[in-house]
Design a protein around this ligand. Structure first.
Ligand code: GLU
Length: 426
């Protein structure tokens, strides 16, 4: 079963088109000239590989893998690798572009890239996943590099895949290269705080937005879609801030409790239950569609793309949407939400905590000196708050939604660098 089957499946806009629609509006807003427009919209490099893997039953299966470098003006391209049956080229292209804008919006010295393999990691053994990851790394060895293109975890991947990637790459280049990938296990040069980083950034963004709205977080109701790394940690940290999490969800469905769900207990349940919430009893089972339309103040979509579209945007009751996932709102829903007065903290800002701590991990790897968790959190929170305030101020100043303001800030930065260094092709 595909992950998308249990979230909302829409006829769906092409995700790259959805990204481009926002880019077009922002480009117009900042008066981007036509040449820059063409340079900045096109992905600089696209690599497609067919990866043969010997499966446990002895048969060879071939998996399609991608790596897209959207833009490397600000520095080496950065972005995760996704393992999912829904992976396709247009999705990877959109996700790569979002990484470019995300890194630019928080002001870290990276361009944007993304990778993906069309596979179902839940149905594969550890050995199969290791062989797949190592072969993908072999085929991408000329793309990756600590000063070229730096992968990280994304949906369906985590520290173990990053450890295999780092080990394989190090063998191929003949030296230990921890900085080629981030999101590694701590003992292999991972950073303290990296696992929590995206959820923590979602929490910091939510607090900042609630402060602007004059809403006290304590007792404020919230629904979180998705219970992977981003959703579960966002829910946990938001609950610690006093928000009442009325609903959570994962591939098994959504769970609603008007009294509030005990998130620590839900995480423990998931961890002892093969990684899913299937059978979770602390809440009535509802659908993912119903979760999105609950009467809550804050909605955190942290599952995947295209969950809020023109089909359901009108029925959304939340006053604040903080996008933990990449692309959870399709471009067609933007106007509807804006007209309803919903404040949307866009993905490229709200979920940038992860790549920010990835940057800290890379810095620590290169220094060979490792920071305390407290230092990581303090610096990451500062980056997130500064970026939030910058985008919020731009939105106020030009009377535009925060999403368009975030794109404007990001595109302007990448365009300025392009002017300084000249047209930059890889
Ligand atoms: N996959 C994460 C994202 O979409 C993290 C990327 C990174 O750390 O490079 O932001």
């Amino acid at each position: 079963m595909s992950q998308r089957d249990n979230v909302i499946k829409h006829s769906s806009e092409n995700p790259f088109e959805s990204m481009k629609k926002r880019f077009d509006i922002a480009a117009k807003t900042i008066g981007l000239d036509e040449s820059d427009y063409h340079v900045l919209i096109a992905p600089q490099k696209t690599v497609i590989v067919n990866i043969p893997v010997t499966m446990d039953d002895g048969k060879v299966k071939v998996f399609e893998g991608f790596r897209v470098v959207h833009n490397a003006n600000l520095g080496p391209s950065k972005g995760g690798i996704r393992y999912s049956m829904d992976v396709h080229l247009d999705e990877v292209r959109a996700l790569a572009a979002w990484m470019t804008w995300k890194c630019a919006v928080v002001g870290i010295p990276y361009g944007g890239g993304k990778g993906g393999i069309k596979c179902d990691p839940r149905s594969m053994s550890k050995g199969e996943l290791e062989r797949l990851t190592r072969s993908y790394t072999d085929m991408m060895v000329d793309v990756f590099g600590p000063d070229k293109d730096i992968p990280a975890p994304d949906m369906g991947t985590g520290p173990q895949e990053m450890a295999w990637l780092m080990d394989e790459y190090s063998k191929l280049v003949g030296k230990s290269s921890p900085a080629v990938v981030t999101g590694k296990p701590i003992v292999l040069g991972g950073s303290l705080g990296r696992v929590e980083a995206t959820g923590r950034g979602v929490m910091v963004s939510t607090r900042a937005a609630l402060a602007k709205m004059g809403i006290n977080p304590v007792g404020t109701t919230c629904a979180v879609q998705g219970f992977g790394n981003v959703g579960s940690i966002s829910a946990k940290l938001l609950a610690m801030q006093g928000l009442k999490i009325l609903a959570i969800s994962d591939v098994s469905g959504a769970y609603y409790n008007p009294e509030g769900i005990n998130i620590e207990a839900a995480i423990a349940f998931r961890d002892n239950n093969n990684g899913t919430l299937e059978g979770f009893k602390d809440g009535k089972k509802i659908s993912n569609a119903e979760l999105l339309e609950l009467d809550v103040t804050v909605l955190v979509p942290a599952a995947m793309e295209d969950q809020i579209t023109e089909e359901n945007a009108n029925r959304i009751k939340a006053k604040l949407i903080v996008e933990g996932a990449n692309g959870p709102t399709s471009a067609s829903a933007d106007d509807i939400l804006n007209k309803k007065g919903v404040l949307v903290v866009p993905d490229i800002l709200a979920n940038a905590g992860g790549v920010t701590v990835s940057y800290f991990e890379w810095v620590q790897n290169r220094l060979g000196y490792y920071w305390t968790e407290e230092r990581v959190y303090r610096r990451a929170d500062r980056v997130m708050k500064t970026a939030f305030e910058g985008v919020y101020a731009a939105a106020q100043k030009y009377n535009i939604p925060m999403r368009i303001a975030a794109y404007c800030v990001a595109i302007q930065r990448v365009a300025d660098v392009e002017k300084l260094r000249g047209k930059f092709g890889l």
